[in-house]
Design a protein around this ligand. Structure first.
Ligand SMILES: Cc1ncc(C[n+]2csc(CCOP(=O)(O)OP(=O)(O)O)c2C)c(N)n1
Length: 383
């Protein structure tokens, strides 16, 4: 058994100081150690997939990240691990517990996942080692993980068994309470513009120094087709994770960050709105282009018709939110959100209702994901 600081301190010396995840009772000592350590950042994510995406955003901005979760949460993480980290080559130190380890006699709900935990990691081509259970093994384990990640630029996992780390307690500083956010109703109730028109207006109004993360499907394809720019991060996979990545990024850059989300994608990871509202990076502008359907997959209705995203965001702690359905209203909302370089009083959410359908002909990003990362990181470093 080791103490949390036996791991946290040498990991910090190697630069790992941005942690995110979802707790597990086997992880309690290490998560509590991280939360109690003022030198480290910890973001409590709504689910494990969001944690992976938050870490990916922080990594883009130059942080070395650690994602912690229970192996029950591996299923939630598979989507971004395979369709975000893998194509874009985004590393993270991934600590999963081993509930249901064969022979442990764990609860029934953990037994099958315990049997397949190593195989799931192997299927995802994520190399793994046991989490070090002796202080003398930590440096070597961390060096091996770091070398593997430097070599592949992909995640490396430690699997933590029961009772590996000693619990030294929890000192928790509550996140600051904030006053209720501002709401702007900018709806005109006329004909709704197309996604293309909304994206063109966004490109005309948003500051060029903003990093932009666009959601999977036709939103990303249209953004690329209208204008390919180094500050566009085309999140071609990991549906629902654009906002989480935007959160991790906005917490770690001085630049404004815009997330171009879809209604289907946003609904898929709605818990992330609460995480954004709680951690509240001021430069984040979260735009939901709501066409009421899964346009990219054939126009099947989502349930967004009944969802007031602006008030959901305000209820979650966003500093400002607007509802709009015209290009004029959208421009006004963007102007408010990006006032003061987008650093004044965010995060903001803009719920923009648009018409279904997409531009023709419609391209798709031809820039390789690894090149998208390289030029995006270079863009960020130019601040
Ligand atoms: C996890 C996951 N589930 C399903 C899909 C298939 N898929 C790709 S885009 C899309 C629709 C996204 O809908 P929305 O966010 O509303 O954007 P729109 O297509 O309307 O622009 C779906 C379901 C996927 N890529 N990933």
């Amino acid at each position: 058994m080791i103490s949390a600081s036996d791991f946290i301190d040498p990991a910090r010396d190697m630069g790992y100081d941005f942690y995110t995840g979802v707790p597990c009772s086997f992880l309690t000592p290490i998560i509590n150690g991280v939360i109690s350590d003022r030198r480290l950042d910890y973001v409590g994510a709504a689910n494990e997939g969001a944690a992976v995406a938050i870490a990916a955003g922080a990594w883009l901005a130059g942080r070395k990240t650690v994602v912690m979760c229970q192996n029950s949460g591996l299923g939630n993480a598979v989507n971004p691990l395979t369709s975000l980290n893998h194509p874009f080559r985004i590393p993270t130190l991934f600590i999963t517990t081993w509930r249901g380890e064969p022979g442990l006699g764990d609860e029934p709900q953990h037994q099958f996942m315990g049997e397949i935990t190593e195989r799931i990691l192997e299927t995802m081509s994520i190399p793994h080692d046991p989490f070090p259970d002796d202080g003398g093994l930590v440096a070597e384990a961390l060096e091996k993980a770091a070398a593997a990640m430097a070599d592949s630029s992909l995640p490396f996992a430690f699997i933590m068994k029961k009772d590996t780390v000693r619990d030294d307690g929890l000192t928790q500083t509550p996140l600051p309470a904030r006053p209720p956010g501002d709401y702007a109703d900018l709806r005109d109730n006329g004909d709704r513009p197309s996604r293309q028109q909304a994206l063109e207006r966004f490109l005309a109004v948003a500051p060029d120094r903003a990093g932009v993360i666009s959601t999977t499907g036709k939103c990303t394809r249209e953004l690329f087709t209208i204008e390919d720019r180094v500050q566009n991060f085309y999140q071609i996979g990991s549906m629902g994770c654009a906002a989480a990545m935007g959160l991790g990024l906005a917490m770690n850059t001085q630049r404004p960050v815009a997330v171009l989300d879809g209604d289907g994608a946003s609904l898929m990871h709605m818990g992330t709105l609460a995480t954004i509202g709680a951690y509240a990076p001021p430069g984040l502008v979260h735009i939901i282009l709501d066409n009421g359907v899964h346009d990219s997959t054939g126009g099947q209705a989502t349930v967004s018709e009944h969802v007031d995203f602006a008030h959901v965001a305000l209820a979650c702690g966003y500093a400002g939110a607007a509802s709009c359905d015209s290009l004029g209203g959208f421009e006004q909302a963007l102007g408010n959100a990006f006032a003061g370089d987008g650093k004044d009083a965010g995060p903001h959410l803009i719920h923009m209702r648009i018409a279904p359908g997409s531009m023709k002909p419609l391209g798709r990003p031809t820039v390789k994901p690894t090149d998208v990362v390289a030029r995006f990181k270079e863009f960020l470093s130019g601040d």
